[in-house]
Each structure stands twice: as C-alpha cells, then as structure tokens.
Design a protein around this ligand. Structure first.
Ligand code: AMP
Length: 245
C-alpha cells in the first residue's frame, strides 16, 4: 500500500531530541485546527504527524488502489471504511520513525477505529514490529460552529510544502501564493460548501462517540480551539509536558 506523504521523517532528525511524546490523538471537527496543531507538535517534538486525510488524499492523487477505493467516498464527505483506514494506519505506525511517538490527526474517527487503536496499542494487532505502546494522550479541539465554517471555506494549502493558510485569518503575503515556496495555493476538493455539511454530519454522528468513548475511560482532554492559534499550541504543549512529567 502506498503511504506517502508521511512515509517517515529521517532518523537523524528523530535523534535530535531524546524526548518521547504521545502517542497523541487530536480529535475535533473538520476545521478545528488539528492539522495546524499537529504540524506544530511535530516540529517541536520531532515526531511524525500521521494524518489519515493527507495519506488518503495522496493516494487519490496517485491513483493507487486505496485512492481509487476512497475517492468517491471522500468527494461525498463521507468516511472511508474502517478496514481500509485501519490497515493504512497500521502500516504507517510500524515505520521506525513512530517509535518515539506520533500524532494521529483525523484518526480514530469511529468507535470501531478507537477500539482497534486500543487493541493495537495493547499489542494485540502487532507481531514483531511494534509502535510506542503507551496509551494515547487524547486532545479534543472544541470550536464554535460558525468559526468552523469560516475556517473550512477559507482554508487554502500549499500543494508543495503542505503549509495551511486561511483567507480570513491567516492569508498568504501575496494572494493565493505560498510564502515559503511560491506555489499556487489550492482549495481542498472536500472543502467546497456542498461537501462541508456531510463532513460535519459525519463528525457529529460517527466521531463524536469517539470522544465520548475516551471521556468514559477518563482519557479525554478538551481544549478551547476558538482561542488564537498560538494560545492553543501553548496549551497543548503544557498538556504534553504535564503528561510527561
Ligand atoms: P480530513 O483531512 O481529516 O478532514 O479527512 C478528509 C477525508 O478523508 C474525510 O472526510 C474522510 O472521507 C477521509 N478520512 C480521513 N480520515 C479518516 C478516518 N479516520 N476514517 C475514515 N475516513 C477518513
């Protein structure tokens, strides 16, 4: 199965710090800022971001078997089947760069995926190669509904470096052009207004129970994602440091 764009960060990079972190699970509706915050955690702790949405989009763009299976479902704003996504995640987490931890962005998204992840971390689904076995630190970003709509409809990303912008809150210096590498920014296919509603409905129906599952087991930490981005990042870092202490 094709895995990029997050295949692995280089081992030399991972060795720059001895600090392990996570695994971290970032929960929250589309537009909550999971991708942005995951990238910041990744840069700070040098552990990889495992974004199921990014991996799926890459596979769609490459026309792989996985991408062909996922394309229509994603275009409708619905969730790809648990089996496909779990196998994709399993293959990603056995990569050596995940040994010190990783940030799951967009996974788990259903109760079945959350149960599968627990079993995996409990070592039931791995034979020889195993990822970090600690229980995940589950952080949910809570964001007001109207904010979410502005964030999703205004979202643009750089197809080259992956940097995320927002035309309302965090525009590029030159309109629609990436500050870092000059690429023309793109709008995700599923950020179109007609697809947003089913995506938010999928979150409410299928992913909200995931948060409840973690809450029941005392593992859910909620963060106010309406706060400015830097404040949200600072709070997440505090949570991770407290957890480590
Ligand atoms: P995202 O970038 O996380 O908003 O994901 C974009 C799309 O990819 C979603 O609307 C789903 O169609 C699909 N997807 C991403 N992660 C998952 C997952 N964990 N389970 C099922 N489908 C997913």
């Amino acid at each position: 199965m094709t895995q990029s764009p997050n295949d692995s960060i280089s081992n030399s990079m991972a060795q720059e710090t001895s600090r392990d972190v996570g695994p971290v699970v970032l929960l929250g509706p589309p537009g909550a800022g999971k991708g942005t915050q995951a990238k910041r955690i990744m840069e700070h702790y040098l552990v990889p971001q495992v974004s199921t949405g990014d991996i799926l989009r890459y596979n769609v763009a490459q026309g792989t078997e996985l991408g062909r299976a996922a394309k229509a479902v994603m275009a409708r704003g619905e969730l790809v089947s648990d089996d496909l996504v779990c196998e994709m995640v399993r293959q990603r987490l056995i990569q050596p760069d995940c040994k010190r931890g990783y940030i799951l962005d967009g996974f788990p998204r259903t109760a079945a995926q959350a149960g599968w992840l627990d079993a995996l971390l409990d070592d039931k689904l791995f034979d020889n190669s195993r990822p970090t076995r600690a229980w995940p630190i589950v952080i949910r970003l809570d964001v007001d509904y109207n904010q979410l709509l502005l964030r999703i409809t205004g979202r643009r990303s750089c197809p080259t470096c992956g940097r995320i912008y927002n035309v309302h809150f965090q525009p590029a210096l030159v309109d629609e052009i990436c500050d870092l590498d000059g690429s023309k920014l793109v709008t995700r296919n599923d950020d179109r207004l007609e697809v947003i509603q089913p995506r938010l409905a999928a979150y409410q129906e299928q992913t909200f129970p995931v948060a409840e599952y973690y809450q029941r087991t005392g593992r859910l930490i909620s963060v106010n994602g309406d706060r400015p981005m830097d404040e949200v990042t600072a709070q997440i870092f505090r949570i991770l440091e407290d957890h480590h202490a």
